[in-house]
Design a protein around this ligand. Structure first.
Ligand SMILES: Nc1ncnc2c1ncn2[C@@H]1O[C@H](COP(=O)(O)OP(=O)(O)OP(=O)(O)O)[C@@H](O)[C@H]1O
Ligand SMILES: [Mg+2]
Length: 297
């Protein structure tokens, strides 16, 4: 049982291992030959409709690798809602905390995947979910995993869930990131975040560790992940293996989910990063962020 200052707010069901908080989307993916130019019609060699979003996809990866997982997110009361809820439930993710709001449209992402280098170009719309408030009770969970898209709500939950571990997938600099970082136990950022701060990746790891004292890493796409090794007190690079990558959509999200599945089962930080890296690498072999999550590793 997670100790809490406010037990009366908790719903009377067994606690989750992890609650992911943030964005869940519908992804429309198309594999195309080369970069896309303006005002053209392009024949796609493969298309796919898949669930996406950093929190939604991380939740699916956690559930696939054995965690009791829930997602707290917002979608519309629209034609996409059954697709989103059904997709999460097929992975075994609890959708009790996914709210359908009449005034919202479900966030949609158009993903063009370049088959020459597996890079993905994403056009998306958050449909204003960032301003949503959580009207229900605080979910019972051992861990909160935040993607920063519901920033104020994540900060408020992290403060109220005393005893739960807080993980932050910091994809980019967003207002409030430092306040959420100050409440985090594990902080894994993307190389884009480092670039926005104007620091090298190793320097980002070092400075964040010095300031916040948490477990910290920064992912660097096909190059792997830089992390703080508490044993040696140094920043280390865990190189990624080469894969015959088809699509890198959702690699970061899957990395986070798989990392947490290992970390919350009590494995060490570096060992869990290695597991995240292996699962994310295997994900590149298939089209789709969630469709590509491997069944066996
Ligand atoms: N081309 C690739 N080949 C092999 N592994 C990859 C590749 N791209 C990403 N990965 C794996 O996925 C991890 C996360 O990737 P990346 O740094 O691109 O995350 P991100 O910027 O958060 O992306 P996302 O938009 O998916 O969230 C990497 O550390 C690596 O393990
Ligand atoms: Mg990411």
């Amino acid at each position: 049982m997670i100790p809490s200052r406010r037990p009366c707010y908790h719903v009377a069901v067994s606690p989750l291992d992890c609650l992911a908080v943030g964005l869940t989307t519908v992804d429309v993916l198309a594999l195309v030959d080369g970069p896309v130019r303006e005002d053209e019609k392009i024949l796609s060699s493969a298309t796919l409709l898949d669930g996406g979003g950093p929190a939604g996809t991380a939740a699916c990866a956690m559930a696939r690798f054995g965690l009791r997982t829930g997602l707290l997110s917002f979608i519309g009361k629209d034609e996409w809602a059954p697709f989103v809820l059904g997709g999460l439930q097929r992975f075994g993710v609890s959708t009790r905390f996914v709210r359908q709001e009449a005034g919202l449209r479900t966030p949609l992402s158009l993903v063009l995947v370049n088959e020459r280098n597996a890079s993905r170009t994403i056009v998306w719309n958050s449909a204003g979910i960032g301003k949503q408030r959580w009207p229900g009770p605080v979910p019972r969970t051992r861990c909160l995993h935040c993607d920063g898209h519901l920033m104020e709500l994540s900060i408020s939950l992290a403060r109220r869930l005393k005893g739960a571990r807080v993980s932050y997938d910091c994809g980019s600099v967003k207002p409030g990131w430092e306040r959420l970082a100050a409440l985090s136990d594990v902080f894994i950022a993307s190389h884009k975040f480092s670039r926005q701060l104007g620091w090298s990746i190793p320097r980002t790891v070092q400075r964040l560790r010095g300031r916040f004292g948490f477990e910290v890493a920064v992912t660097a796409g096909e190059n792997g992940v830089h992390y703080w090794d508490a044993g040696s007190g140094k920043v280390r690079l865990m190189r990624q293996r080469r894969y015959a990558a088809v699509d890198t959509t959702g690699c970061g999200d899957v990395f986070h989910g798989a990392f947490l599945a290992s970390y919350l089962k009590g494995k060490g930080f570096a060992e869990s990063l290695a597991f995240g890296q292996r699962v994310a690498g295997l994900k590149t072999l298939k089209l789709g962020g969630r469709a590509g999550i491997p069944v066996r590793v």
